[in-house]
Design a protein around this ligand. Structure first.
Ligand code: NOJ
Length: 460
């Protein structure tokens, strides 16, 4: 069996990571512009001020997507570009996305638009950002403006991207913008407000949408896979661990409220008296009907049953390869996690991000032979296919990322792109993986090798 008919093959990127034309002198200031200004925050002392200059090069970039044969492209709208002061629409900001969306549609590429991929207007951070419940009203204003303008042309929406990161890393550990390190009680209020923003966005998008409108979110948490796939106790341990809240790790702390309208019991148990008082009307607002379960999957932790009803983490097997970011390469995550999510949430699954950070750079002929990414793609997609074969309803896969880009606090030192970007000249070079992905798309996944044999595979 191959991938289902109409399977959505895409690639993904996000505004602050590729657009540029933000920060000083542009009239656009997001929390990431501000965060990057702080000394010694970004590994290579860079920022997204120029990034891949996609703001000016978007038309050529869309042509690269057309050459790749992409069926869909996941982009994000920058809240800060569209509403720099958090209150009023900037016409030039809107106009940029107008042109980009039109270009995509002209290239027969379906846009999947993320409303929040981390670049909140700095003006709203000054009002407290997610700590201030008023953020929901500001977000509604922004979403309303976007829905009014785009709902005829954009039918696929991702409300928010990885709230776990912008809330927990943004307000607790301080490793993401705005870089605040607050008591957990405050962070949990931010958590709740972020969920309210999601629910409010779905309501507005539905109002402007039609029967073809598809709405979801990009939800993540730490993922767990069984140590021994033939041991049902290990499988059960992994299943449970995925949805058990401890610290900020579990996906259930986000997905349960969005889908079931309630925080998991383990969330209350873990956070105890620090949890906010939750009004049932809020939970109703958060739990809007979703059309798909969107998730970003890179790797998973391995866990096993201990025999006395507990579960424990085990080290990944020796020889587990690692990416240039030192993330373990665990293709089985691509089978187990969508399986567990589908069982629990009963929604079709879309993989909104998956990919690898590699260290390849152009050779003397200017080619980028990223064998590692090619290998990774075959392995992960092979596991995704197995999940589909076992009955999991998976509708699409978006490769992260289209271009090498600004990888948050790592700056430009981590390359996830199918297309290499020289960050000095902005030259784009499709890597071998881009050619391979094109063939995968063209064959609707029939050439995905899975575990068996990618030896010596190279792009055309
Ligand atoms: C998840 C985030 O959504 C994206 O912005 C980031 O670049 C990738 N993971 C890789 O770390």
């Amino acid at each position: 069996m191959s991938f289902p008919e109409n399977f959505v093959w895409g690639a993904a990127a996000a505004s602050y990571q590729i657009e540029g034309n933000t920060g000083e002198g542009t009239g656009v200031t997001s929390i990431w512009d501000e965060f990057c200004r702080q000394p010694d925050i970004i590994f290579d002392k860079s920022s997204g001020a120029v990034a891949c200059d996609h703001f000016h090069r978007y038309a050529d970039d869309v042509q690269l997507m057309v050459a790749l044969g992409l069926k869909a492209y996941r982009l994000s709208f920058s809240w800060a570009r569209i509403m720099p002061d958090g209150e009023n629409v900037s016409e030039p900001g809107m106009a940029f996305y107008d042109k980009l969306i039109d270009e995509l549609l002209a290239g027969h590429i379906t846009p999947y638009v993320t409303l929040y991929h981390w670049d909140m207007p700095h003006a709203l951070q000054l009002k407290g950002g997610y700590l201030n419940r008023e953020i929901v009203r500001y977000f509604e204003k922004y979403v309303e403006a976007v829905a009014k303008r785009f709902s005829q042309r954009v039918k696929h929406w991702v409300t928010v991207n990885e709230p776990i990161n912008y809330i927990c890393c943004g307000y607790w550990t301080g490793s993401h913008a705005p870089g605040w390190k607050l008591p957990i009680r405050d962070v949990l209020h931010g958590w709740h407000h972020a969920l309210l923003c999601h629910g409010a966005a779905v309501k507005i998008l539905r109002r402007y949408g039609d029967a073809g409108t598809q709405i979801g979110a990009a939800i993540t948490g730490w993922g767990y896979i069984p140590a021994d796939e033939n041991n049902s106790a290990d499988i059960e341990a992994a299943r449970r661990k995925n949805f058990e809240c401890e610290k900020f790790r579990s996906i259930a702390g986000w997905a349960d409220p969005m889908i079931f309208g309630a925080y998991p019991d383990s969330w209350y148990k873990f956070w105890g008296k620090d949890t906010p008082k939750v009004d049932p009307a809020d939970m109703k607002m958060i739990a809007q009907k979703l059309d798909y379960f969107g998730t970003n999957i890179y790797f998973a932790h391995t866990c096993r049953a201990t025999g006395d009803g507990r579960m424990e983490l085990v080290n990944p097997p020796i020889n587990t390869p690692r990416s240039a970011a030192n993330w373990p390469i665990t293709p089985a995550a691509m089978r187990w996690l969508p399986t567990f999510y589908f069982e629990r949430y009963k929604l079709p699954v879309i993989i909104l991000e998956n990919g690898i950070c590699d260290a390849e750079f152009p050779d003397r002929e200017g080619r980028v032979h990223d064998a590692c990414r090619v290998n990774h793609m075959h392995l992960y997609l092979g596991e995704l296919r197995k999940a589909i074969e076992s009955g999991v309803d998976i509708r699409g896969y978006f490769h992260w990322s289209l271009l090498d880009n600004f990888e948050w606090i790592e700056g430009y030192t981590r390359r996830f792109g199918l297309i290499h970007v020289d960050h000095k000249t902005q030259k784009r070079t499709p890597k071998d993986s881009a050619q391979v992905y094109r063939e995968i798309i063209r064959s609707n996944g029939a050439i995905v090798a899975g575990e068996s044999g990618m030896a010596g595979e190279r792009g055309a």
